[in-house]
Design a protein around this ligand. Structure first.
Ligand SMILES: [Cu+2]
Length: 140
């Protein structure tokens, strides 16, 4: 019966919509040699980010380069870390501290990049500058 099928279709579409609207997503970043992939992740407010293949690496939020009121983090060496739900909108820079000199870091963009202009205005150098350029591209 045609009507029955379309009704089921409508119910399935509605439930899929509510699932994506309500459930927070987890975004996986993989450590590869001395780089994080993907280097920039855009997530929704309340989502989490997890790192895998973290043997020999850590993830640590960069001082002054996360939104005001957001919680810092620092994982243990080799730990496949997951952030708490990222509830403060803005741009989060993070680094693998032992490999920061080699440029190992990444960016998480949660919702609107509320603090990005301030980060640009602070004229970051070195690895942070490279991350800033990657984030700029991702925000275009
Ligand atoms: Cu590392």
């Amino acid at each position: 019966m045609k009507l029955g099928k379309s009704l089921i279709g409508a119910i399935l579409a509605a439930s899929a919509f509510f699932t994506t609207a309500v459930m927070a997503a987890d975004h996986v970043v993989s450590a590869q040699v001395t780089a994080f992939k993907p280097i920039v992740v855009k997530v929704a407010v309340g989502d989490t980010v997890s790192w895998e293949r973290m043997n020999g690496h850590i993830t640590e939020s960069v001082e002054g380069m996360i939104p005001e009121g957001a919680e810092k983090w620092m994982s243990k060496m080799g730990e496949n870390f997951t952030t708490p739900p990222l509830t403060v909108e803005g741009v989060y820079f993070y680094k693998c501290t032992p490999h920061w000199g080699a440029g190992m870091g990444g960016v998480i963009i949660v919702g609107e990049p509320t603090n990005f202009e301030a980060i640009v205005a602070s004229k970051p150098k070195g690895a942070a500058k490279r991350l800033m350029k990657k984030a700029k591209k991702a925000l275009k």
